[in-house]
Ligand binder design. Structure first.
Ligand code: AHR
Length: 495
């Protein structure tokens, strides 16, 4: 029996809702088909946005959406995506599948999507192939309320009122597809570009995100932090879970053996080490800095589904992905004092998507249900919690990872939300939870579980979904429970 202690007296930090953020790039069928079908489509839509997708994302609780990339961002010239549709430039999306990008989804469409979703906005600017003037004008176009050429152009294109821009990314993966730069050079460029991204609205600062490291590139973090520490609000880490560790054979999303399952979970759990070490590196450059960590690309990355365009990054999503999502979100919650935002890649039809579409059909993936289960953590207060756990072993990596992960938060009414993952593919685990200074009046619980390959398809969209969880016994100051193998469980504890 493992011991689980929750201490509601230890209030650590507000869990920024943006930790539950998403990322949508002009890549494959994420934006086009997945979200945006155009006003003339037979698929039910409002101003071109799929009604089924928008409704599902709202129900799941999507707090912030990053756009337009990714690698696409550093080739994106925003003026191509405004104005009359028939006059918008058609171009080749060189990064992703070599397909025609007709620019029918641009700045106005993005803000319309966020309006429909009721979410905050995160636009990523182009440092790699764009100019300082181009970036300066985009921020002016989006946010300036006074008389200026860009605000005039925006009004001519249908939006007199400025848009509400919360975050602005100055470049993406500048160490790679965003220009193959050295950190010292990028750090200087950040300062230059950022200088001309003005705050046009009195009293409102657009939060500036600097391109951070790839995986464990601590040198990048050190050098960039040194340059941007007085200018940026966040530094973004990118980390993908690739089960085999080889980019050319990443492994199938649905056809994997036990060793690859364990290796996937082991590699996903590496997020804990990466977040801890990058934060330590940031502190070593400037302690108590206002610069927060952002993880604006994370998730599983497998080989594409057989027969699909390799440049579209379309993959299925199983209970294995649900465990990755559950444990990663627990890690982010636990670092709520330092992580401002995270964005899983990518919302629909790309990588670890929460939704898949095919024509007018839509399916919710196991990852979708995890985000929905965890949504009450958004803006709650992270409280102290600790669980004992066995270690599991990944043979492929010759390393260990914990069988159980958890995090706990409290809302303004004193209700406690605890989310637990059992990362073992086969072993259930008993736990005994004790909550300090709390008399429990009632507990409700929900579970997402299944054999680790279980997934939803267009023919059977309900194979994996959350159900009520009853295998627990309420105690006066906590509960005992058996957490099934390969499961994510949420307890709602009413004092
Ligand atoms: O999410 C897919 C790609 O992964 C993004 O475009 C890029 O930033 C990262 O390498």
């Amino acid at each position: 029996m493992q011991k689980y202690l929750i201490n509601p007296n230890q209030k650590i930090a507000t869990i920024n809702k943006d930790i539950y953020g998403h990322f949508s790039e002009h890549l494959g069928r994420c934006i086009y088909d997945g979200i945006f079908v155009g006003k003339d489509s037979k698929i039910p839509n409002v101003n071109g946005m799929r009604c089924d997708v928008v409704a599902a994302l709202k129900e799941m609780g999507l707090p912030v959406l990053r756009w337009p990339g990714g690698c696409f961002a550093d080739e994106y010239h925003w003026k191509d995506g405004i104005g009359d549709l028939k006059d918008r430039k058609k171009m080749i999306n060189t990064h992703w599948g070599g397909v025609v990008e007709d620019n029918s989804f641009g700045t106005h469409e993005y803000f319309e999507l966020c309006r429909q979703l009721g979410c905050d906005t995160y636009v990523n600017g182009n440092v790699g192939s764009g100019t300082v003037q181009e970036m300066n004008e985009w921020v002016e176009y989006m946010t300036f309320d006074g008389v200026s050429p860009m605000s005039k152009l925006r009004a001519e294109n249908g939006d007199k009122e400025p848009f509400d821009l919360k975050y602005f990314g100055v470049g993406n993966e500048s160490w790679g597809c965003g220009g193959n730069m050295d950190p010292e050079y990028y750090g200087c460029l950040f300062k230059r570009y950022n200088t001309y991204c003005r705050d046009y609205v009195a009293g409102k600062h657009v939060l500036r995100i600097a391109c951070g490291p790839n995986v464990d590139d601590y040198h990048w973090t050190k050098e960039v932090m040194d340059k941007v520490k007085h200018h940026a609000d966040g530094i973004s880490l990118h980390y993908y879970t690739v089960p085999t560790g080889h980019w050319h054979h990443k492994g199938s999303a649905t056809d994997f053996d036990r060793k690859l399952y364990d290796s996937t979970i082991y590699k996903a759990y590496r997020m804990e080490e990466l977040v801890t070490n990058h934060l330590a590196m940031m502190d070593s450059v400037k302690p108590h800095s206002r610069v927060k960590l952002i993880v604006d690309e994370w998730g599983t990355w497998y080989d594409v589904e057989p027969g699909t365009n390799p440049g579209f990054l379309y993959q299925q999503n199983t209970m294995r992905d649900a465990i990755v999502a559950g444990l990663t979100l627990n890690i982010f919650n636990k670092h709520a004092d330092r992580i401002m935002m995270a964005n899983i890649a990518q919302t629909v039809n790309v990588l670890q998507a929460v939704l898949l579409t095919e024509g007018d059909k839509m399916v919710k993936t196991p990852t979708y249900y995890v985000f929905k289960m965890y949504k009450e953590h958004q803006q709650n207060t992270l409280i102290g919690s600790y669980i004992t756990t066995n270690s599991l072993h990944s043979e492929n990596d010759n390393g260990d990872f914990p069988q159980l992960t958890e995090s706990a938060s409290i809302d303004e009414n004193g209700v406690i939300y605890s989310t637990i993952t059992n990362n073992s593919a086969t072993k259930a685990e008993k736990i005994k939870c004790q909550i300090a200074d709390t008399k429990v009046t009632s507990i409700e619980a929900e579970i997402l579980t299944g054999e680790c390959h279980a997934h939803n398809t267009f023919d059977n969209g309900d194979a994996v979904q959350t159900v009520e969880f009853t295998d627990f016994r309420q105690l006066k100051d906590g509960f005992t429970a058996t957490i099934p193998a390969c499961s994510v469980v949420k307890f709602i504890i009413n004092p």
